[in-house]
Design a protein around this ligand. Structure first.
Ligand SMILES: Cc1ncc(COP(=O)(O)O)c(C=O)c1O
Length: 380
């Protein structure tokens, strides 16, 4: 029986040395410093330990979407620069200002709320302006840019805010040679020039996500803002892996091994029927833990170095693998690797994404539920 180091039914092993290595790759390819994007609980890897390890490995700053995510990092004692870029009218800007979070604003309304919070606290808020250069998602809308620039300059002049950065997000970062990438960089440069003319030049500029940080160093500007590549997944699968190392390996401890007779159906609706007398095993991971139900019957797991197919429906808490008539030497308590580095015939998060017509970002950030995270490497 394989020893289960976390003694949990389902374990995501997070390799902080791999994370550190990936940060090194990104610094090298981009030629500049890294804002480690740790939003969405570090893409499912755990924001606090990942943030700490990223900073220890040389990341300059941290980036998150929600202010609540930034505040959780502060509460964990992380005092690095943190930028937060997705807000609603209910966002607690007062708390963000008090915690010295760099608030990236996307509208004059958001800026006014930050200015109010800064005045109320009697301090200067650190702010970034997020410019919409074509994504038409977050970021200052084109028709609001002129009034926004004036408002930013005013807030900067009266020291309600200190304008730290100007940022934008790429539409087609995963098509690095698409002309829109350079056009967006040009638009960002123009917006920064507008602010400089108004007397409020942003101190720094950033726009590069993972793909741009890997292959478009001309877009690096002052810092790059990678997410997925930190976690060892390439956003450009057609161009090799850049030496990135997947950070998460997901394993389940086999809960039950049993015989199933030829002609017997397995799991809900009996979508798989045993073609011969066989032995099956139950893996305690289901769609409530982030194993997509649409993956049913379309993946294999690795047990003791051998691949076994998942059969029948993925359920909420479990799925079944077919061990074959001789049981494959698999015993209850053995560990099934669901995905990881893809070594020795194992699957990767990208294999799951391909099989379910999505991207590995979604697979990784969906790992949840009863999964226990186990950190290895780094200073863990
Ligand atoms: C504003 C912003 N910057 C950077 C990133 C990181 O992107 P990626 O994971 O593709 O590197 C994201 C992720 O969606 C983002 O929303």
């Amino acid at each position: 029986m394989t020893a289960n180091p976390s003694a949990a039914a389902l374990t995501a092993t997070i390799d902080l040395d791999a994370l550190a290595h990936n940060i090194g790759v990104l610094r090298e390819t981009s030629g500049t410093g890294v804002i480690a994007v740790v939003k969405a609980d570090a893409y499912g890897h755990g924001a606090v330990p990942v943030a700490r390890a990223a900073l220890a490995a040389g990341a300059e700053e941290l980036g998150v979407a929600h202010v609540t995510e930034a505040l959780a990092l502060r509460q964990a004692g992380i005092d690095a620069h943190i930028t937060s870029w997705l807000h609603t009218p209910s966002t607690d800007f007062a708390a963000a200002v008090a915690a010295d979070i760099d608030i990236a604003v996307s509208s004059p309304r958001q800026l006014a709320a930050v200015v109010d919070a800064a005045r109320e606290a009697g301090i200067t808020a650190t702010a970034t302006v997020k410019v919409d250069t074509g994504l038409n998602r977050s970021g200052v809308a084109v028709d609001e840019w002129d009034s926004m620039a004036v408002a930013l300059a005013k807030a900067h002049a009266e020291e309600s805010i200190m304008l730290r950065a100007i940022m934008t997000h790429l539409v087609r970062g995963d098509e690095p040679d698409h002309p829109l990438n350079s056009q967006q960089a040009d638009s960002l440069d123009a917006a920064a020039a507008d602010l400089a003319r108004l007397g409020a030049p942003p101190q720094i500029m950033h726009l590069a996500n993972s793909p741009a940080a890997l292959v478009r160093p001309d877009l690096s500007r002052d810092l790059v803002r990678p997410g997925i590549a930190l976690y060892g997944r390439t956003p450009l699968p057609g161009r090799g892996d850049f030496g990135l190392i997947p950070v998460m390996t997901l394993t389940g401890e086999i809960s039950l091994v049993k015989r199933v007779a030829r002609g017997q159906g397995v799991s809900y609706s009996h979508t798989w029927v045993a073609p011969q007398d066989t032995v099956v095993a139950v893996v305690p991971a289901g769609y409530a833990d982030g194993v997509p139900r649409t993956l049913s019957g379309r993946f294999e797991v690795l047990v003791n170095g051998r691949r076994f197919p998942a059969v029948g429906r993925v359920c909420m808490d479990q799925f079944v693998i077919d061990l074959g008539p001789d049981g494959g030497g698999v015993a209850e308590g053995d560990l099934a690797e669901l995905f990881g580095r893809g070594h020795a015939g194992g699957s990767t998060a990208a294999d799951w994404a391909d099989a379910t017509d999505t991207i590995d970002y979604e697979i990784l950030s969906a790992i949840r539920g009863r999964t226990v995270r186990r950190y290895v490497g780094g200073e863990a």
